[in-house]
Design a protein around this ligand. Structure first.
Ligand code: AVJ
Ligand code: FE
Length: 441
């Protein structure tokens, strides 16, 4: 995949304006998401897993200042991020105790940094050979950082107790459409995954490389709430044999007996998404499950989780062309007509509701709605080179985290690309995460 397949070639001038617009678009959304929040909601730590939202806001400002102001004057190290906003100096659980500037001061800082950044972006020659600057790579890095913190903030707002977040809903999801709930077959073969893109992609998505896969089957649609209820009604949470050792330990410790945010009222289950409580929608993907729950469900179904490579091949491989597509639907960004992304639906859609987003293999909903847990550990692809800083990806490589793919309803389109890799610990449920299953063919 070449850089030009991602965006039209732009003149240096047009490019500077489009880069400023990328940042401004990210900022408009950040401000729209926090607009309904009180000073107290912004400043409080709502959960030990998450930062106070003012911390996210200050961290967004300082990340931008580091990469787009200081770094354009001379090389910087990630460790130069100032004290309180350095994620490695202050783990999330401790951020509620930090002396943080007020929401008003933090919002003023965001604006002040951005005014200087806009001038700098217009002054820089983005046609240089420096891979950090070329085609505005570092600007896209900063915009995507803000996008990702938006999703983090939405996780916080979903977790928060007390008065629910008054979600600024922008649109409704499409109605259900009939879709088969079978598995699609992918023949054995040599495929490729990852990308060589140097415009949008993070270091962990590179390089594009060959993978050999035995034949497999993968679910056409993500596991639905209805299917998950069958697992629950069949004793899924009580049957030790369905769980791995670590998974059972998680189940014992948390006493989990349903996905996050489900509440039982008599024989009926309801689910809360921000400020909306509704009967569990049976034809939507299950959301807020840990990797261990996904693993247990898959074992119950006589299946397993797909590897990351299987997921990406099912999402992008175009057998007719013998090449991967940039996106399941061909090329171009994820947008609400092809996928449930961009946040403002504030919830999932019925499976199959986006037929235009179907992949060549026949899978739907690969991008959007819910992140999908995969079986794979988060590690570097063969030939991985950290760029531009080790603390984004490389320090998290290993067997502690599993990869999630495909983005959720809470992911901005620019981040919801088919090669994007998210990761978290298998115990975590704050992510807007579900899964689909696979099996050997
Ligand atoms: C890619 C979502 C795991 O939130 O830790 C934000 C994104 N990196 N700031 C995270 C990120 C630096 C990252 N994830
Ligand atoms: Fe960050």
């Amino acid at each position: 995949m070449t850089a030009s397949s991602h965006h039209p070639a732009l003149s240096a001038q047009a490019s500077a304006e489009s880069l400023v617009e990328l940042l401004d678009d990210a900022r408009r959304r950040t401000l729209a998401l926090v607009a309904p929040l009180s000073e107290n909601d912004l400043g409080t730590q709502h959960d030990p897993l998450m930062s106070p939202i003012v911390w996210d806001l200050g961290h967004i400002a300082h990340f931008e200042e580091l990469w787009l102001l200081r770094n354009t004057e001379g090389p910087v190290e990630f460790g130069e991020m100032p004290g309180v906003y350095n994620p490695f100096e202050h783990p999330r659980a401790t951020r509620g105790a930090l002396e943080l500037p007020s929401a008003a001061e933090t919002l003023a800082l965001l604006t002040r940094v951005r005014e200087r950044v806009a001038g700098r972006v217009r002054a820089i020659d983005w046609t240089t050979d420096d891979p950090l600057l070329r085609d505005g790579y570092v600007v896209r890095l900063v915009a995507q950082h803000e996008h990702q913190h938006n999703e983090t903030m939405l996780q916080t707002l979903q977790l928060k107790q007390g008065a629910p977040y008054a979600a600024p809903r922008g649109w409704d999801v499409p109605a259900a459409l009939p879709v088969a709930r079978d598995m699609v077959h992918v023949p054995a073969g040599e495929y490729s995954m990852g990308t060589d893109d140097r415009v949008w992609a993070y270091d962990n998505e590179r390089p594009r490389h060959r993978v050999w896969l035995p034949a497999f089957e993968i679910d056409r649609v993500p596991v639905t709430n209805g299917a998950y209820l069958e697992f629950m009604h069949d004793g899924g949470y009580e049957r030790r044999e369905l769980w791995s050792g670590a998974g059972w330990q998680w189940r014992e410790q948390t006493r989990a007996s349903a996905p996050g945010y489900w509440e039982q009222r008599g024989a009926h289950w309801s689910v809360r998404t921000m400020d909306r409580v509704q009967p569990v929608p049976l034809d939507h993907p299950v959301c807020h499950v840990s990797w261990y729950e996904a693993e247990a469900f898959a074992r119950w179904a006589g299946k397993r989780l797909p590897s990351e490579a299987e997921w990406e091949v099912a999402a992008t491989w175009d057998a007719a062309r013998g090449a991967a597509r940039q996106a399941p639907w061909g090329a171009g960004p994820a947008t609400p007509p092809v996928a449930n992304v961009e946040q403002l639906a504030f919830g999932t859609a019925p499976v199959g509701a986006y037929p235009a987003g179907t992949s060549p293999s026949g899978c739907t909903g690969m991008v959007g709605d819910v992140w999908e847990w995969t079986a794979s550990d988060f590690t570097g692809y063969p030939g991985f080179v950290a760029f531009p800083y080790r603390e984004y990806s490389e320090v998290f490589f290993g067997s502690d985290s599993r990869v999630l793919r495909g983005g959720s309803w809470a992911t901005r389109a620019a981040v919801a690309r088919a090669t994007f890799r998210n990761w978290d610990y298998p115990v975590r449920r704050q992510i807007f995460a579900g899964f689909r299953c696979a099996r050997d063919a």
